[in-house]
Design a protein around this ligand. Structure first.
Ligand SMILES: Cc1cc2nc3c(=O)[nH]c(=O)nc-3n(C[C@H](O)[C@H](O)[C@H](O)COP(=O)(O)OP(=O)(O)OC[C@H]3O[C@@H](n4cnc5c(N)ncnc54)[C@H](O)[C@@H]3O)c2cc1C
Length: 435
């Protein structure tokens, strides 16, 4: 049969190609960039593997762990065991594992009410972790109960300035007044499962496994999904100074929602739904020093509101001299237009205000994610239904991406598997091959 054309070689696009291949369906991936992995790419730079976005996974994620098993990837490295938050001008520890001393320390920093609210919230996410996702009914109950107002509205000021800002910055590159509780609950339940690790040597090994034997066209920028009478007929690709159309009847879009919105003509209700998705830009700096820049017991810091540095963590616990600075959040957006040298300077100066950097930098790489992280939308389940309904009006088009099932690599893989399932169910040829 004709190959399915996939737009984007991030985790979602590579995942879609992989799940198609499992059903014996060939694919062609079009990737505008010159590397695979998208926002979770792993780039070799100055002798280092620099992961420029997603890297940590949970042992509780079935699809991601199935890939690790399939590709015989069995060496992992530990993440930092907890965070420090700048709260009231102090570095306050936030441990991942629940301990009495941790609770007491938190209660002192947050006040009893804030500490209780926090424990209840996390407790609920953990207790219902199997039912909190963007396809289960429970997320809708959470949306109905909480999404009438942003995160900041629901919790104490200290909680918003501390742990909830940490979650907001990490999960959405945004502030608690810009994100909605259902997203935070989904994130807390997804990341709350299992233990967290990174792949030894970098995520590139996962991408290599996914990319093996696939037809991936780097430097192939899609400018339009061409449709006629409600069905896909081709993909318009940038070519030299013009464009050309590749005829195809089956397309999986694996680009972020805001990119897809510009590629295809959707009914008005679909355009409205896609426009409700929110993306928050960020820059991520990988830097390797000749000595650790954190001190004993501190491996990760979330900086205070108003700081251009969202957070900075040791990339792996066992290589503390390799760190990742993330310029994210409202104040960061004011400086993202600066050139690389200025961004590095801003990151190091901000960090030094907390822990003076006494080491020499040996290697550095700046990645910019103008689309950043998807901040979803309040009452997202309805938005998703409208997005899928709009896509359903175009025969031959399916969508995958981190704006559908949660913005983690597991969410991307789930969205990819569902897109392939829908396509195999609705495309007679594919269904025949699958059968
Ligand atoms: C800083 C950061 C940290 C993160 N940390 C984690 C983490 O620890 N764990 C985790 O699970 N997740 C994490 N994430 C989230 C995870 O990285 C993303 O959800 C995931 O990488 C998104 O993959 P995707 O394939 O949906 O999109 P993308 O990775 O954005 O892939 C889309 C691809 O499409 C290409 N493209 C765009 N337009 C076109 C076009 N017109 N034609 C052809 N190609 C096009 C892009 O170049 C890109 O390669 C993090 C994200 C960021 C930014």
């Amino acid at each position: 049969m004709d190959p399915v054309h996939i737009i984007g070689a991030g985790v979602s696009g590579l995942g879609a190609a992989h799940y198609l291949a499992q059903r014996g369906i060939p694919s062609v991936i079009h990737e505008t960039g010159d590397y695979v992995g998208g926002r979770a790419a792993c780039l070799q730079h100055d002798g280092h593997a620099f992961e420029i976005g997603g890297k940590n996974f949970s042992s509780g994620w079935p699809r991601f762990n199935a890939l690790l098993e399939e590709f015989a990837i069995r060496e992992f490295q530990d993440q930092h065991p907890g965070f420090h938050i700048v709260l009231n001008d102090q570095l306050v520890a936030l441990e991942k594992s629940k301990t009495l001393t941790g609770d007491l320390r938190l209660a002192r920093a947050l006040g009893l009410r804030g500490a209780l609210q926090f424990r209840n919230f996390i407790g609920f996410a953990k207790q219902h972790s199997d039912k909190i996702n963007y396809t289960s009914g429970l997320i809708e109950t959470i949306e109905q109960r909480w999404d009438h107002a942003p995160i900041s509205h629901h919790f104490t000021d200290a909680l918003n300035a501390g742990p909830l800002r940490l979650f907001s910055i990490i999960m959405g590159a945004a502030e608690p007044d810009e994100l909605y509780p259902s997203l935070m609950m989904n994130f807390a339940s997804g990341f709350g499962k299992g233990s967290h690790h990174a792949v030894a040597g970098g995520l590139g090994r996962v991408h290599d496994g996914l990319a093996r034997d696939k037809d991936i066209r780097l430097g192939s920028r899609i400018t339009e999904i061409v449709t006629r009478d409600g069905r896909v007929t081709g993909l318009r690709v940038a070519a030299g100074t013009g464009t050309r159309v590749i005829p195809t009847r089956h397309v999986i879009s694996a680009v972020p929602g805001h990119v897809l919105r510009r590629l295809v003509d959707l009914p008005a209700f679909g355009r409205v739904a896609f426009d409700r998705l929110r993306y928050f830009p960020l820059a991520l700096i990988n830097a390797v020093y000749d000595a650790p820049i954190f001190r004993e017991g501190v491996h990760s810091i979330m900086f205070e509101p108003g700081s251009p540095l969202g957070h900075c963590s040791a990339n792996r616990l066992d290589t503390p001299e390799h760190v990742r600075f993330t310029l994210s959040g409202r104040a960061a957006r004011e400086v993202l237009e600066c050139d690389d040298a200025q961004l590095i300077d801003i990151a190091e100066r901000t960090f030094s205000q907390r822990l003076p950097i006494r080491a020499r930098r040996r290697a550095v790489h700046v990645a910019r994610h103008p689309g950043g992280i998807c901040g979803y939308a309040p009452h997202f389940s309805g938005v998703k239904r409208d997005m899928l309904r709009a896509i359903d009006t175009i025969a031959g088009l399916e969508i995958a991406g981190d704006y559908l099932e949660g913005h983690t690599m597991e969410g991307c893989l789930t969205s990819a598997a569902l897109a392939v399932e829908r396509l195999a169910g609705s495309v007679p040829d594919a269904a025949r091959v699958a059968a």
